[in-house]
Design a binder for this molecule. Sequence first.
Ligand code: XIL
Length: 657
Amino acid sequence: MRALARLAAATLLVAAPLAAVTVSAADAADEPVPITVLTSDFEDGTAQGWAGRAAETVAHSTAVAHGGTGSLEITGRTASWQGPSLDVLGVLEKGTAYTISAWVRTVSGTDNARLSVERRTGEVASYDQVVGNTAVNAGGWVELTGRYTLATDVDLLRIYVETAAGTGAFHIDDVTVSYVPSLPIQTDIPAVRDAVTSFPVGAAITGAETVTTHGDLLERHFDSVTPGNALKWDATEPSENTFTYAQADPLIAWAKANGRAVRGHTLVWHNQTPAWVFTGADGQPMTATPEDKELLLSRLENHIRNVAGHYGDDIAVWDVVNEVIDENQADGMRRSTWYAVTGLDYIRTAFRVAREVLPDAKLFINDYNTNIPAKRDKLYDLVAQLRSEGVPVDGVGHQMHINVSWPSVAETEAMIRRFMPLGVEQQVTEMDVSIYTSEGESFPTPPADRLLRQAYVYRDMFALFQRYAAEITSVTLWGLADDNTWLDTFPVTRKDAPLLFDTRLQAKPAYWGVVDPSRITSPSPSVSPSSSPSIPSSASPSTSPSASGGPGACAVAYRVTGSWPGGFQGDVKVTNTGAATVSGWALTWQYAGDQRIAQLWNGALTQSGPAVTVTNTSWNGTLAPGASASFGFLGSWTGSNPAPSAFTLNGAACTPL
Ligand code: XIL
């Protein structure tokens, strides 16, 4: 069980509905502490609540075990979807990102196993795949592990394991569900939307980004949202003329409720489009016949009338067509089924119908690698041709999936300038900056030098976009924070960190690259212990993180925000109530009980017995008169957990609040 492997001696007991977790102080100082909320080890001779999904038999077994002597055996399956299932309603909380892990082996033979979550709200059932097909056999145990965030209220919630093909018997063992507790979002740093005022800044979202702490972060920093998947064809019209907005409606409702713009993505694409769309009346894959062309264009028209019409003016910008260019073709057109069956007419139809349905919306053609001259020029030619024909293309979307070493600012500037003669709007629609420079690289945690390089890329690209604010009418990032990025599985599976906020929703150097480049600093060792920054910074030096400032009048609010037997979470807000700026601070207090802080964020901790000293980080060390800094922590206690009654800031007593 990966998540628990590095947890050691018992110094901290953290609350969990179903399990206690221990952690060594050394680990806890640096790394987030996963909390395990569910364990099925099958060591007590029972099935521990697991049941079959139909009439198959689910029973405790001692034939094989991953750990200990027991496992769960599933026999008598008559369909591949049958398998063990466990009720987790009330165990998984909405908005929390869980890691779910299960070990699987077959009784004999091979298959592919996968792990999913079944959820129901009212009569509507959904099946969310957590771990895709993974080869399993009878020779050894294979771990299925993946991440899952519940984004909606549900009446039924179950995790289950099934197989892809066969109905053979299999075992599961050592199932765990764990999560890393979310940190409060930083409220003492500028909002991206306030720092960048030349154009709206957006984020791509799934449901999970609109609830709990993620929702707070989204609301605080971003002007607009793009549903990352919820408006695609497979989500909105999974079977012919059956439209469903279950995924997208809550996202659009969130945007409306919070007064945020929405970029609609996307009406036509070659991916995430169900097979029925390209299947002819004869049940065969469509080809370039007049009948197939007519049917495909009528399906396209029906789709756009329904989806664009459903949202009307609530979505004022649409990526009407996505990724239609292939610069390696002489005519520049991607050889999709759309193109094979209709030529350019699918694009003409899509824009015409979208304009009819939404006369006021801005209609975009969107693509990636538009900074590569060959691709950029093919896209330019297409847009020029379409506009000369009167096809209502209002704008060009540059996806900007880039990385820390590519492309250059000059290439990106050339990209923007290329489209200026057309008089179209330009938007950056899917920006992220991978920390990887090749497919062969993989880092367990993002190295400090990559995070720093990434900060300079964000700095330089946003500076460029701001210089071209007359052309660039919005910039959207493809995700909210590094805990949920498509780059974790594309182009290969590895942890990436391409956005402004880290996996715990805290501001990265990249954030400062956008918001205030003078404050870009190397990430603290707790974020990335492995390497030190290696590229020169042209940014001005940061404020010193040391506690060198003079004494000042101060007020301190110390709060316990959550408490459970043995553990607690708290936060502290320190305010400079004096007349002089404090440059660098150290706050001290004494605990009256045996409290020990195990993990602290937005500050640096030293604790010696009951004496605690917290010093500023690199970015919250300067407190102008009236300004505050906040930090939070997880700790342990026994007996009682009284709040400290006295504090000093740089040696001078503060007023406790
Ligand atoms: C991606 C989503 O983020 C993923 O969740 C999904 O599995 C695949 O698609 N270019 C696009 C986006 O236009 O629609 C893609 O989004 C990323 C690349």
